[in-house]
Design a protein around this ligand. Structure first.
Ligand code: IPE
Ligand code: IPE
Ligand code: MG
Length: 258
């Protein structure tokens, strides 16, 4: 009897989720969603586990979130996985974080290929350990002919460094006569950023209750809608992404107009 009740409950819950998914799809979904996946360490601490256990749990959520985003018809999903400031963390934690792309892609790359996802990356490749870079580059290579959702990992990414590098390259191109400074505009400047092939995010999600950007996409988020939640990243579920999109669909974006 108890089992029967449980089953009925699960079915009714999942059908509600299904209905919400179908409802979302009737309205325009955000084309590019960016997520600051935060709170892995606190999730582990609450369970008296080492911080890396939180990162491991967070990886599974990346998979679920990717699947759902793809199903919803989101065109690009950018996930902030490691910032240029995260090197300050203890050595063992950094080492573990640098192993995660291999672990994640080692398990899920066939699934991503199957689901027509294109893997991409923004961030500084030079400082990444070779094993980390190899895993990401293999995934990019193996999915380069896919034309479905872009799964864009921000890995060793920092927005101020990105902007500064863009300025330097612009100056250099001006000096070399490749571009004319007077013709530089917001669009052409954007093409010097690491996100040159992506639209600006429509929706930014940050988990774990922190209300800050932590050096993430400062230029690109100028008119993005923000959605913050107290939920820690390893606890982030389908329901939360659906909620964020439902809220997004109710917002009125004005871009400075009326
Ligand atoms: C986010 O979780 C993952 C990374 C920054 C790599 P944290 O590790 O920052 O978790 P908290 O914020 O300490 O809980
Ligand atoms: C931002 O989270 C970076 C990532 C999620 C990868 P942090 O945990 O590093 O940010 P702060 O230090 O709380 O601002
Ligand atoms: Mg954090």
């Amino acid at each position: 009897m108890l089992n029967k009740i449980k089953l009925w409950k699960n079915q009714s819950q999942s059908s509600t989720l299904r209905e919400r998914i179908e409802d979302i799809k009737k309205l325009p979904v955000p084309r590019h969603v960016a997520i600051i996946m935060d709170g892995n360490g606190r999730w582990a601490k609450k369970r008296a586990l080492p911080r890396i256990a939180g990162h491991h749990a967070g990886m599974k959520v990346v998979r679920k979130t990717t699947k759902l985003a793809n199903e919803l018809g989101i065109e690009a999903l950018t996930l902030y996985a490691f910032s240029t400031e995260n090197w300050k963390r203890p050595k063992n934690e950094v080492e573990y974080l640098m192993k995660l792309p291999e672990e994640f892609l080692g398990t899920f790359l066939p699934e991503l290929i199957e689901e027509n996802v294109q893997v991409k990356m923004i961030g500084y490749k030079e400082q990444l350990p070779s094993h980390t870079l190899r895993a990401i580059e293999k995934a990019m290579e193996d999915t380069k002919n896919n034309d479905g959702m872009i799964l864009n990992f921000a890995l060793n990414y920092g927005s101020r460094a990105e902007i500064l590098d863009a300025v330097k390259r612009v100056l250099n191109d001006c000096q070399e006569g490749i571009i004319d400074m007077n013709e530089l505009n917001e669009d052409s400047f954007s093409s010097y950023l690491m996100t040159s092939e992506l639209e600006d995010p429509d929706l930014l999600i940050r988990t774990s209750g922190e209300i800050r950007l932590s050096n993430f996409m400062l230029w690109q988020l100028a008119y993005t809608e923000f959605w913050f939640t107290e939920v820690l990243w390893p606890d982030f579920a389908e329901d939360h992404l659906i909620k964020a999109i439902e809220v997004f669909q109710k917002r009125q974006r004005r871009f400075g107009g009326v």
